[in-house]
Design a protein around this ligand. Structure first.
Ligand code: FAD
Length: 392
């Protein structure tokens, strides 16, 4: 793999997967589908059923989650094959499956810890977008220090009775299920008394409130639990061992950063196109030396992200779980998406104060928080890569 990454070629069998994905997308994707995106601006419900139709088509053709085992609807593909399929999806500007969090983070935890009944019940509908999943981990007072979570569950007969509140649940407004972390032992050390539940969000006592973000969109929520009776069969993994399940979920979230560089590359190409089509004096923004310098810098940064991502991917190819190199990829990804958003504003000039460019610029700020903050990732790099002492 390292050799493949260094000379920028993929093994022939990986290229066969790429060719098959490209042919299928050429055949099945049209401009109407390309325009579909869940924006969280109120238009998402209208788009939802069309996206679901596209998701089912992807899943039924085996392209929704190629790295999943064949028995659950994937192709048993390795990390490189999964990457080239991501590259082709991005090249074609295809909307992804409805369940990015479910497919990438929650499903691997269900595969590792779920009972046969749970796997049968949840994985296929998740793959096809029939059920949308959200991750209900963070709480108002437990984010970076997730193990501080307070949402409680007490066993009562054949159910857990859940009380508490979760926050920042991406896709919560359209989700059918969530992966929920609850405290089941108040006396145990904080990492030891947590249990993971797979919760049907239609249960009585659950209230989902949308959160409006800084650009007025609402793609995450708060979820309140008031004496919610969750069947004991919803328990994922052993009771009080939910921290291990959470770590498995988050390891996949971190590892997923290695798949983001094709999207960034596409964004950089769009920036070049924007510069070429934006008039500046008698020429275009792309002729301006300062704009060209910015574009050259962000192009190099996107390429660096690809190389950093290959490093993380190399570990996956060797069968190692995502390690601290994912933190480098996350930090660099954050920096390049935020820089790209600033350059879009630089190109658009006064037109950047409103509309999509302004929205993109402000939205990009959240990338330094979502999926682990910049400061926390720097701590990981400091202690696990540089060997610096922990602060007290
Ligand atoms: C767009 C977006 C989507 C999200 N989606 C989800 C989701 O689907 N499900 C979910 O459960 N959560 C989700 N989150 C929540 C996210 O995981 C948390 O916001 C994140 O972990 C930070 O937690 P916090 O907001 O509580 O901030 P805090 O942990 O309170 O951090 C506040 C500040 O202190 C810094 N800090 C904290 N600890 C340290 C430390 N040890 N050393 C140095 N600095 C530190 C942080 O970097 C930050 O700047 C999402 C967040 C965003 C922005």
């Amino acid at each position: 793999m390292l050799g493949a990454a260094m000379d920028f070629t993929y093994p022939p069998e990986t290229e066969l997967v790429r060719a098959a994905a490209r042919a299928w997308l050429d055949e099945n994707l049209d401009d109407d589908l390309r325009a579909l995106r869940l924006l969280g601006d109120g238009s998402e419900l209208a788009q939802l059923e069309r996206l679901r139709g596209w998701n089912r088509k992807l899943a039924d053709a085996g392209w929704a989650a190629v790295a999943w085992p064949g028995e659950y609807g994937g192709r048993d593909a390795g990390p490189l094959e999964a990457l080239v399929v991501s590259e082709e999806m991005s090249r074609a500007n295809a909307p992804g499956p409805l369940n990015p969090i479910g497919l990438a983070n929650i499903a691997p935890a269900i595969m590792a810890y779920g009972t046969p009944e749970q796997k049968l019940r949840f994985l296929r509908p998740m793959l096809r977008g029939d059920h949308i999943w959200s991750q209900a981990f963070s709480e108002p007072d437990a984010g970076s220090d997730l193990a501080d979570l307070r949402t409680r569950a007490e066993r009562d007969g054949d159910a857990f009775v859940v009380n508490g509140a979760k926050i920042w649940n991406t896709l919560g407004h359209i989700a059918d299920y969530c992966e929920l972390l609850v405290r089941t032992d108040l006396d145990a050390p904080k990492h030891k008394g947590i249990t993971c539940l797979l919760v049907d969000l239609r249960l009585p006592g659950i209230e989902i409130r949308p959160l409006v973000n800084i650009v007025g969109e609402s793609d995450f929520t708060q979820i309140f639990f008031d004496d919610v009776r969750v069947p004991a069969s919803a328990q994922l993994g052993p009771v009080n061992e939910g921290w291990r399940v959470a770590m498995a979920t988050l390891a996949h979230e971190r590892g997923g950063v290695a798949h983001l560089h094709p999207i960034v590359r596409r964004r950089v190409d769009e920036l070049w196109a924007l510069a070429r089509s934006t008039p500046l004096g008698s020429r275009t923004a792309a002729d301006d030396p300062l704009v060209r310098q910015s574009l050259a810098t962000v192009t190099a940064e996107a390429e660096l992200l690809r190389l950093v991502s290959f490093r993380a991917l190399s570990a996956a190819v060797k069968g190692r779980p995502p390690g601290p190199e994912s933190s480098i990829a996350k930090l660099h990804w954050t920096s390049v998406v935020q820089h790209a958003a600033e350059i879009a504003a630089e190109i658009a000039g006064s037109a950047s104060v409103t509309g999509d460019v302004a929205r993109g610029r402000v939205s990009a700020r959240s990338s330094s928080i979502a999926g682990g903050t910049t400061q926390v990732n720097k701590n990981v790099i400091a202690t696990r890569i540089l060997g610096l002492p922990r602060s007290h």
